[in-house]
Design a protein around this ligand. Sequence first.
Ligand code: UDX
Length: 472
Amino acid sequence: MAEADMAHVLVFPVPAQGHLNSFLHFSTGLLRAGLHVTFLHTDHNLRRLGAAAREAAAASPRLRFLSIPDGLPDDDPRAVDGLPRLVQALSTTGAAAYRDLLASLRRRGSAANDEFPPVTCVVADGIMPFAWDIAEELGVPAIAYRTVSACSVLAYLSVPRLVERGELPFPNGGGDLDEPVRGVPGMESFLRRRDLPIQFRSLTDTYQDPLLKAVVAATVDSCRARALMLNTTASLEGPSLAHLAEEMRDVFAIGPLHAMSPAPAVATSLWRHDDGCTAWLDGQAERSVVYISLGSLTVISYKQFTEFLHGLVATGYPFLWVLRPDMLGASQDAALQEALSALGEGRGLVVPWAPQRDVLRHRAVGSFLTHSGWNSTIEGVVEGVPMVCWPFFADQQINSRFVGAVWRNGLDMKDVCERGVVEKTVREAMESDEVRSSARALAEQVQRDITDGGSSAMEFKRLVGFIRELSS
Ligand code: UDX
């Protein structure tokens, strides 16, 4: 085997949809560069993915999927309010299984290891510090990969400083949410309380929310990893990346990875794509459709659903709406019926899950109403589609601020869910030349970043060299 082929990376994402997609695109890049990849799933997800994962592995002889238990009972919903439980269970039960597996994979000749060289490097999700600590204890160098924006990582990293400056916790219930926040470097002129993760608003002690506490701690801990990798580009987030580089051992901005990777996200899709979307879009006029998707974790109330529905219908534009089966809890069936009857013949389509990448690049799509998850944000950026942002939690609040106030490729509807505002904001996103031309310019810039000689393409090469060096 040639020396370069001996580099074998074990990638270990948080077992949630956005993270899985991002890690798959990264893995595809590594495979293209000639490295071996072991993609570590949880037993639960690997069962759920079934044939799609098997087919993806069969198509690439240097890729395999292995799994460990996540430590939760099988019937646990693992949805948004289960996320802290999942991360906690992974860092205990899951960590023990991961340690045993990695110990065996770094030796030659174990049963799971026959076809592959020993694991030489771990790339672990940046919110699971135990994964890189265990790897280093076993003598395997480890890199942290945060699947979110650089600006959000910088905001989490700045939390101790915000506490020191008295900017956190906010006064009761958040106080005036338009109050500026000055303690995140480079964002002094536009960041407000409402642009920080929503969990901050109700805290009397900044660290009382378990998920937030874990994310802040993991961000601070990433300074210990050999490097921090981010699915972003210098042209989108140069200033935030420069500040992060002062704190981390090394930083690689290598995104948007999905745009460099031909891998169909179906290999990591936990829901089945509705195949009718593209055919339906084919029958619509150019840039006439509003695409609505709030990602894999957002849940909404029946009231919010109704406001969205009425606002959308009032715009007069046809729409394609992803209503995940677990999105509205007990109101799901009623909501679906209501949406279907409001749509009328040919006016729109409601699906449980869409092939988002194909949808966003379709000529019929004129705007994207999104929760501003990082994958969705960069997918929208790459296709130059104007966005209406309605962030739900975590990094989404700050991502949407960047869309509305920094990149100006969309409008930030944060914290408001009223039919009149939905109608007005969607109309503006569909009709504003200014927003559309910013979205186009941004897409062109990002395209330059990922093509040969562009900043992300060069950073990816540097990262592969770094991994090979760590592996030798
Ligand atoms: C959340 C965070 O907000 C995100 O920033 C973080 O990186 C992971 O956790 P999520 O709700 O999953 O993410 O949103 P997002 O990051 O946008 O990822 C959703 C993914 O699912 C995207 O890649 C999107 O293309 C895909 N998707 C979504 C579909 O393929 N079909 C759909 O119908 C909806």
